[in-house]
Design a protein around this ligand. Structure first.
Ligand code: ARG
Length: 277
């Protein structure tokens, strides 16, 4: 029994060493101080501040409140992380498709952006445990007769004008990226900085559909009273998680403690609260 455990431990430690070696090359951000044996958490405590990167155009997970502050499910959970560390939370709002690179460059301590865990992103950053399950959905104008299961929708959307937020899994799906399970062919993908812009172009007729995550799809429809609708068909199954730079196990562990506290009922409550806001 003991021997087995020791062996497992040795194997685990070796994995850790290998992982550490693998990431020294890629971790060239300004947080390179972590390589000196000091921890990411120590550095954050020293700064007295933890920096969250997001794109505040994704309600209910993140949106700009009237006072210009970033609010949402992710901001609330991030605040709990900051509280646990006893530091202030600073939120930096940027284009969604800049978040992963900015995180790698050390411009923030973590990303909380309704971000789906994907193989591609896992090559660049680490993810916390998952805290939300979501799907890509299709939003169309109220009078659209588009309907059907995933295969039928993919076929119907092929060759169409599809609006998306740039760099999202919805963008990849519209572009027919196989890793998303999409079978859409030759769509004209209109990439916007925000879902709000995508909605404008759908309402005006420039786009035939939007492909976007479930709750933001509902939020868009609610904001465009009577003009748009979400179809029932789920195109994908996705999981959201917070992202951190590779090789920051101590920070990841703290985030995972908070995620474990929130996952389930507490996240659902936050979603309801921010859908109403
Ligand atoms: N879940 C999708 C993705 O990870 C969309 C996320 C968009 N998030 C945002 N804050 N704009 O690609």
């Amino acid at each position: 029994m003991k021997k087995k455990f020791a062996l497992a431990l040795a194997a685990f430690m070796m994995m850790g060493t290998l992982a550490a070696c693998g990431s020294t090359n890629t971790n060239q951000g300004s947080d390179a101080g972590n390589t000196s044996g000091s921890s990411a958490v120590d550095a954050i405590k020293e700064k007295g501040e933890i920096v969250m990167l997001t794109n505040a155009a994704f309600p209910p997970f993140e949106y700009l409140a009237d006072d210009g502050s970033v609010q949402g499910v992710d901001a609330d959970i991030a605040q709990a992380v900051a509280d646990k560390l006893g530091v202030k939370l600073k939120i930096v709002d940027m284009d969604f498709d800049s978040i992963v690179n900015s995180l790698k460059a050390g411009k923030g301590d973590f990303a909380a952006a309704g971000m789906t865990v994907t193989e591609e992103r896992l090559k660049q950053v680490d993810f916390s445990d998952e805290y939300v399950t979501s799907s890509q959905m299709v939003v169309v104008r109220e009078d659209s007769d588009l309907e059907g299961d995933k295969a039928a929708l993919d076929a119907a959307l092929s060759g169409k004008n599809i609006a998306v937020q740039a760099g999202t899994t919805g963008d990849w799906y519209a572009g027919g990226d196989e890793t998303t399970g999409s079978t859409i062919k030759d769509a004209n993908v209109l990439q916007y900085k925000s879902a709000t812009e995508a909605a404008l172009h759908l309402a005006s007729g420039k786009a035939d559909a939007i492909i976007i995550d479930q709750k933001p799809a509902e939020a868009i429809v609610a904001a465009n009273e009577g003009k748009l609708k979400v179809l029932d068909t789920k195109l994908t199954d996705e999981q959201y998680a917070f992202a951190v730079q590779k090789n920051q196990e101590d920070l990841l562990a703290i985030i995972n403690e908070v995620v474990a506290e929130y996952k389930g009922d507490k996240v659902d409550e936050l979603i309801t609260k921010h859908m109403g806001a």
